[in-house]
Design a protein around this ligand. Structure first.
Ligand code: NAP
Ligand code: MG
Length: 475
């Protein structure tokens, strides 16, 4: 059992509002407990973080910060199996996928361990008699709120760069998926980070999440989740005049031209929509395909979709359940609404027996790009097929959504690959591949309503630091 406690100021402490049960979505039964926290806990965590930032942690050299992060990477790697099991039980991810995620949290700490002492300012040529340089300084206390779809990965993604840059952090994972994250904190908490450097507060979004988002003592808020809550986070941050990073999902297109290697595209297209039961911000949820290869490719997709194995996470299926009953209903309603609007279900996998929150992967044919299902994030394994005529049509459809997170272009024509890539408004564009998940080195984030700010790669360090310009008049 993981601790049903918060980690504040270097100590494990009870939540001020008691405890919450965690559910295993594969079986609709209890998976564990977490601390239920509120304003009081957030106050204590922010105070501890501020003291760490102004004290020991603020004085820790970049070299030593890197060393601590590297130790974290090692201890996480040593415990990959245990972390993966917890993550799988808590979120319903197939064990194999949870193992990838557990490895990736370690990889984030490893990458930013190496980056900590390689991120620096510039010298700037100025007038005679002056020396001018810039420093990249940490912002102070950073707040972090993540969703339930990739708890381990996102913990690494949001915390490791903030810590590498020298910030002290206050972190709230999602109520639906906390167990592996709490365990990761247990492992990291014993490595010698000064008290208050990392603080974990668990509980409900409306309680502890809102308290963190509203807290005046936070210098930067990083949020991944729904647009609705993202707007709240931004409004709260406006009240306190502080920067935010928002990652709010997508409706990402896979654009397939008639000269593409269809055999190479097929498994990638399928995986990009069923991975994590479609509960991925960067899911490839729109298949934008050229009319003259539509039937050939869709026939192959139908075959594949019918064979996808859905089941409890520990049975090693292709996909597990949806995270909770509310999200399951949301996905079901999306498909019902699409059918009512005239879309056809071309294929659906088999739904397993049992109490798990299962939704079978569903292929929706000849969807109009203006329709509700093509414009809104389903957050489930539902792929909308949208045919196009020519390159201009493909670009128009790819861009004709409010989101702009990632995209893929499949073609053997180099010129076309560059033209279409340049024309697509998205934070990441892949050519002849699709990169949901992974890619710790690759800057990631949205355009348009997918949000702003960048995570991953070296780029993430810019978001959690400020430039200080030092101008020395030495005559
Ligand atoms: P959500 O409510 O936006 O949850 C994201 C995080 O924000 C969770 O930690 C949540 O806590 C917290 N939160 C909720 N209300 C808050 C508030 N008032 N102040 C501060 N924090 C708050 O997302 P959801 O309801 O879990 O999922 C709904 C939809 O959001 C999905 O169907 C999907 O379309 C989208 N989504 C996108 C992503 C992504 O990766 N971009 C991830 C998840 C969901 P609790 O969960 O503990 O309440
Ligand atoms: Mg929620």
């Amino acid at each position: 059992m993981t601790k049903a406690q918060n980690f504040i100021n270097g100590k494990w402490v009870d939540g001020s509002l008691g405890k919450l049960d965690m559910l295993n979505p594969s079986y609709d039964r209890k998976a564990g407990e977490i601390a239920r926290s509120g304003k009081e806990d957030v106050d204590a965590a922010v105070k501890a973080a501020r003291a760490a930032f102004e004290g020991m942690w603020g004085k820790t050299s970049a070299e030593d910060r890197g060393r601590l992060l590297y130790k974290a990477a090692q201890v996480l790697l040593e415990n990959v199996d245990e972390l993966a099991e917890l993550e799988s039980k808590d979120t319903g991810k197939p064990l194999k996928q949870a193992k990838t995620d557990a490895t990736l949290i370690a990889r984030y700490f490893e990458f930013y361990a190496g980056a900590a002492d390689k991120f620096h300012g510039d010298t700037i040529p100025f007038k005679d008699g002056y020396t001018v340089y810039t420093q990249r300084v940490p912002l102070g206390v950073t707040g972090h709120i993540i969703p339930w779809n990739y708890p381990l990965q996102m913990t690494g993604r949001t915390l490791a760069p903030a810590l590498a840059a020298g910030n002290a952090v206050v972190f709230k994972p999602a109520e639906d998926a906390c167990l592996a994250v709490v365990r990761a904190f247990e492992l990291i908490s014993e490595l010698g980070f000064p008290a208050g450097t990392l603080n974990l507060v668990t509980g409900l979004g409306q309680e502890v999440g809102a308290a963190l988002a509203n807290h005046p003592g936070i210098d930067h808020m990083a949020f991944t989740g729904s647009p609705e809550v993202g707007i709240e986070i931004m409004k709260n941050s406006a009240n306190h005049i502080r920067p935010v990073l928002l990652e709010l999902g997508g409706k990402s297109p896979q654009v397939i031209f008639n000269d593409a290697d269809l055999d190479a595209a097929l498994p990638v297209v399928v995986n990009a929509i069923i991975q994590n039961a479609g509960q991925t911000c960067s899911a490839g949820s729109r298949l934008v395909i050229q009319e003259d290869i539509h039937d050939e490719f869709v026939d192959k997709l139908i075959e594949r979709f019918k064979k996808i194995k859905v089941g409890p996470a520990d049975s090693d299926p292709d996909i597990g359940p949806i995270i909770n009953k509310k999200q399951l209903k949301r996905v079901e309603d999306f498909v019902k609404r699409a059918e009512e609007a005239g879309a056809t279900i071309l294929a659906q996998a088999e739904k397993p027996e049992g109490d798990g929150y299962f939704f079978p992967p569903t292929l929706m044919g000849r969807v109009n790009n203006d329709s509700y299902i093509a414009q809104n994030e389903v957050f489930g394994p539902v792929l909308a097929v949208i045919p196009f005529k020519d390159e201009a049509d493909a670009i128009r459809i790819a861009n004709d959504v409010e989101y702009g997170l990632i995209a893929a272009v499949w073609t053997k024509d180099n010129g076309r690959a560059h033209r279409v890539t340049n024309a697509i408004h998205a934070g990441q564009v892949y050519v002849n591949g699709y990169g949901a998940g992974g890619g710790v080195e690759l800057p990631f984030g949205g355009m348009k309503k997918s949000g702003f700010g960048r995570e991953k790669g070296f780029e993430a360090l810019y978001d959690v630091t400020a430039v200080k310009t030092v101008v020395i008049n030495h005559g």
